[in-house]
Ligand binder design. Structure first.
Ligand SMILES: [Fe+2]
Length: 345
């Protein structure tokens, strides 16, 4: 009897009830997050409260809230945001059993985990461009004088900026400056959104576009965006397989094939660290990994997870990506300064 009473007390004490929830701050889209957390709650009984925003907004909010933040988990779109959170000391150490799940991109400090992969790529219009003339390296793109005014890019977009950060770190400040200046001399069209850019590519307004791989799949095979774009801005693209859009892989290891991880970490100030770790483990399980690949066309970080046939396996995508030091993504401020010095941002 005493044991039953004790059990009841434990089950219904405020601490036990509080552990039945987890608070997530995420830059990821509702279209990805909502179905996943519904499934998580159904499996575990743990309620999830989500605050959506862009990565940078949520980082600013975490800074303003400090130790009073209700957030348990920060789930970001971009390595730049994760590295910034790490540098600010926001993340707690994760247990080995969580860190052991991803097959790559686990930081040395073990304070966050990658969840999906997105690849930088060059998209082209196969009705207008013979891929045989496209360069083996993104560094040679500025030499394509014939494409003056006909290349699209997104200098304000986080993945483009993460690419510039990686280029600075791996090839040096001067090489990054020269590449940007060379590209600028080709009078590229600057876009604020990747979808608008790729629709211009498909309609022949431009011939080439620097983008992330999943935007091409989103337009051709349908589906939503993986980034949170604002309360009213999330929409699903219908499949339009006929669109003339193709991906040009640069040579294996080229910086133009950069792999960017999305990911999440448990905050040091978390009130529900155990529930937050359980959510991370759930997001790294094959079912959630497969769902992300099907829903938003991002590659799994866990080995052996099936991807849709048009994506090819994650292992192939990873053989193309350059090996990049994590620290490469840590200096977003320096990248923004460089872009501003060239009037690109
Ligand atoms: Fe995106």
């Amino acid at each position: 009897m005493v044991r039953i009473l004790l059990l009841l007390l434990l089950t219904f004490s405020p601490a036990a009830l509080a552990a039945r929830e987890v608070v997530v701050y995420t830059g990821r889209s509702k279209a990805l997050v909502e179905p996943l957390i519904q499934r998580f709650t159904a499996e575990t009984g743990i309620r999830v409260r989500v605050r959506y925003g862009r990565d940078a907004q949520l980082l600013a909010l975490l800074k303003a809230e400090g130790g009073r933040s209700p957030a348990d988990l920060f789930w970001a779109n971009a390595p730049g945001a994760l590295l910034l959170a790490e540098r600010r000391g926001l993340f707690a150490q994760l247990p080995k059993k969580v860190l052991a799940r991803p097959s790559a991109f686990v930081p040395e400090k073990g304070d966050f985990v990658p969840l999906t992969l997105r690849l930088r790529t060059l998209a082209y219009n196969p009705q207008r461009v013979d891929p045989g003339i496209l360069p083996r390296s993104i560094l040679d793109l500025p030499r394509l004088a014939a494409f003056r005014g006909r290349i699209g890019w997104t200098p304000g977009y986080s993945s483009f900026q993460d690419f510039v950060s990686a280029l600075r770190a791996e090839r040096g400040e001067a090489a990054a400056y020269d590449w940007l200046r060379g590209m600028k001399a080709l009078a590229p069209r600057a876009y604020t959104g990747n979808v608008a850019m790729l629709l211009d590519l498909a309609s022949g307004r431009i011939d080439l576009a620097l983008t992330n791989h999943y935007y091409v799949y989103q337009l051709k095979y349908g589906g939503p965006e993986g980034d949170f774009e604002g309360e009213d801005e999330e929409e699903e693209s219908p499949p339009r397989g006929e669109l003339p859009l193709a991906l040009h892989p640069f040579a294996p290891g080229d910086p133009g094939n950069l792999a960017l991880f999305t990911g999440a970490g448990v905050l040091k100030t978390a009130r529900h660290p155990d529930a937050a770790q359980r959510l991370l483990a759930f997001l790294l399980a094959p079912e959630a990994q497969r769902f992300a690949a099907q829903r938003i066309h991002e590659y799994p970080v866990v080995a052996g997870v099936r991807t849709p046939a048009y994506m090819g396996p994650a292992s192939r995508a990873l053989t193309l990506a350059p090996r990049v030091n994590f620290a490469a993504f840590g200096d977003l401020e320096g990248t923004l300064r460089l872009l501003r010095s060239l009037d690109l941002f």
